[in-house]
Write a protein that binds this ligand. Structure first.
Ligand SMILES: Nc1ncnc2c1ncn2[C@@H]1O[C@H](COP(=O)(O)OP(=O)(O)OP(=O)(O)O)[C@@H](O)[C@H]1O
Length: 276
């Protein structure tokens, strides 16, 4: 059952444990980098078991919002967040919550494939060892590689360097590394932007498989990609002022609704390709 308090972030076990449809709820009043207001007033629920796509013009804060959902932005000294982000009802920014534990349950895959300079096996085993996993590491590594559609390609060379793989394979390796510790949620920040069309298609197919076991949030520049894989879409816009560009959520809904029947004029213009 759920054992989530403000000070202990614990992954719920069992479907009945979570009464809400949202794995993550956030009310981002303001996100600053130093004096710069990057994002304002955005509520972005991440629904359980689906893929939520974040779309919008460059600089509207998609990555900033995504990285706020697992405290990845804590690594940036100038980052400041006013608002709340809850994971299964627990505030992940509450005093005493360990950000490493937050990232254990809410994993992340980055734009550039970034395998560590170590063997394929050790890349996937990395988080398990970090978390002092007591079970069979080889079994978990295999499962993660199977779920990342990479096992058959690498099973005979697990001791080769992760860096020896192609770009698309490296990205699938990073996905295996992220899911080896069995997170609940996977945050994917433009995971295909460094890949060719074939590798992109493989990752998109993989995302559709991953959502059977994980909740996924995906930042993408590619609106077609959002229509192909996302169940829900959040569209962010920007206000342009003297102090710079500040992003905010304009509209969120089922992907079909956002692309075919948007409620906001700005969304209509964006999905029609009238600005980028
Ligand atoms: N580490 C940082 N320090 C200062 N400003 C930052 C930092 N990261 C992002 N920003 C600024 O915050 C704003 C939002 O950036 P972010 O990368 O979140 O937008 P985005 O919508 O993901 O953009 P893109 O689609 O171009 O990747 C931008 O103005 C950016 O310059």
């Amino acid at each position: 059952m759920v054992t989530a308090t403000a000070h202990s972030i614990t992954k719920p076990i069992g479907v009945e444990a979570n009464s809400s449809d949202n794995v993550i709820d956030c009310h981002l009043e303001e996100i600053h980098y130093g004096d710069f207001l990057a994002v304002r007033n955005s509520q972005v629920p991440i629904k359980k078991g689906g893929i939520t796509g974040f779309i919008g013009p460059s600089g509207c804060g998609k990555s900033t919002v995504l990285r706020s959902l697992n405290r990845m932005n804590d690594l940036i000294p100038s980052f400041r967040l006013k608002g709340t982000v809850t994971y299964h009802g627990s505030d992940i920014y509450a005093k005493g919550v360990d950000p490493v534990l937050v990232r254990r349950y809410i994993g992340m895959v980055f734009q550039q494939p970034n395998p560590f300079s170590m063997s394929i096996f050790d890349n996937v085993a990395f988080g398990l060892r970090l978390n002092r996993y007591k079970g069979d590491i080889a079994e978990r590594v295999q499962l993660a590689l199977e779920r990342s559609a990479l096992w058959t390609e690498v099973k005979d060379k697990l001791q080769s360097s992760g860096l020896s793989l192609s770009g698309g394979q490296q990205q699938r390796l990073c996905i295996a590394r992220a899911i080896a510790t069995e997170p609940d949620v996977l945050l994917m920040d433009e995971p295909c932007s460094a890949l060719d069309p074939i590798a992109t298609r493989q990752i998109e197919e993989l995302m559709l498989e991953l959502k059977k076991n994980y909740t996924v949030a995906l930042v993408t520049h590619n609106m077609q990609q959002a229509t192909r894989v996302a169940d829900y879409t959040a569209f962010f816009g920007v206000d342009i002022s003297q102090s710079g560009r500040t992003g905010h959520l304009v509209e969120m809904g089922l992907t079909e609704q956002i692309f075919n029947d948007p409620k906001q004029e700005l969304t209509k213009q964006y999905v029609a390709g009238e600005f980028s």
